[in-house]
Design a binder for this molecule. Structure first.
Ligand code: IPE
Ligand code: IPE
Ligand code: MG
Length: 228
């Protein structure tokens, strides 16, 4: 498998079950990210995309959003040396301009510092699949209006070129934790032929056995892409 994408869900329920504030669930979820990066490295997975914060998540209470943004910066500060050690490139996917300036600056710094590495950790922040598609349509419309693009020349490949990270291949497998059977606006364009795997395990509890179970399930799938 080349590209694994994960909808990291269930941090809040994990905390609630322990009588802890939701932010503690997000902190524990950060530990899982650390572990899963190691599993992916050992499994030879080249791209790992993590859905960390959706465009819809801005609707959450300010304390929770602030806690998440703070954890993000702390996580990057703590993990930067690991990214270098394991030669992983950090990339951000989403409406970066929506993020607090201090967060944007830290993300841009780590992205630049790791840009030379082949393996990629793609963090989806202020990400929405529909927003991504609309932004691609807008860019195409501008190119047409500027006389740089013939509308008849727009095909799937041209469209893909205007998404956030056009060079990243589509995900092979999308895993969602905590049992919800929905995409919640994740990678709507790229998910067209992704295999899906949902586990009831909450993200902070997701361990090596759960990771192996997801990969084993993927290994048994027959991907037909509409063929026979
Ligand atoms: C996923 O956990 C993390 C984010 C969406 C930021 P949740 O915070 O959605 O946890 P639940 O779904 O409420 O348990
Ligand atoms: C999806 O989880 C977004 C992320 C994991 C970042 P949500 O918890 O926001 O999704 P819904 O509300 O259950 O669909
Ligand atoms: Mg959730």
């Amino acid at each position: 498998m080349e590209h694994l994408a994960i909808i990291m869900d269930g941090n809040g329920r994990w905390a609630k079950a322990r009588g802890l504030p939701r932010s503690e669930g997000h902190r524990a979820g950060g530990e899982t990210v650390r572990r899963v990066l190691g599993f992916c490295r050992d499994a030879g997975i080249r791209y790992l995309t993590l859905y960390a914060f959706s465009v819809e998540n801005w609707k959450r209470p300010k304390e929770e959003v602030d806690a998440l943004m703070g954890l993000l910066v702390a996580y990057l500060a703590g993990e930067e040396s690991m990214l270098h050690k394991h030669q992983v490139r950090l990339r951000i996917m989403g409406q970066k301009d929506d993020l607090p300036e201090a967060v944007q600056a830290e993300l841009a710094r780590v992205e630049a510092a790791t840009a030379q590495y082949e393996r990629q950790l793609i963090l989806c922040l202020s990400y929405g699949g529909r927003t991504e598609i609309v932004s691609a349509a807008k860019r195409l419309a501008k190119a047409v209006a500027a006389g740089e693009l013939d509308p008849e020349a727009i095909d799937e490949a041209t469209f893909t070129q205007h998404l956030y990270l056009p060079d990243v291949p589509d995900p092979d497998l999308i895993v969602r934790t905590s049992g919800e059977m929905r995409l919640s606006n994740f990678l709507l364009w790229q998910a067209s032929y992704a295999e899906l795997y949902v586990t009831p395990v909450l993200w902070p509890d997701f361990d090596k056995a759960d990771f192996d179970a997801a990969l084993a399930s993927f290994g048994k799938r027959e991907r037909r892409y509409g063929g026979v």
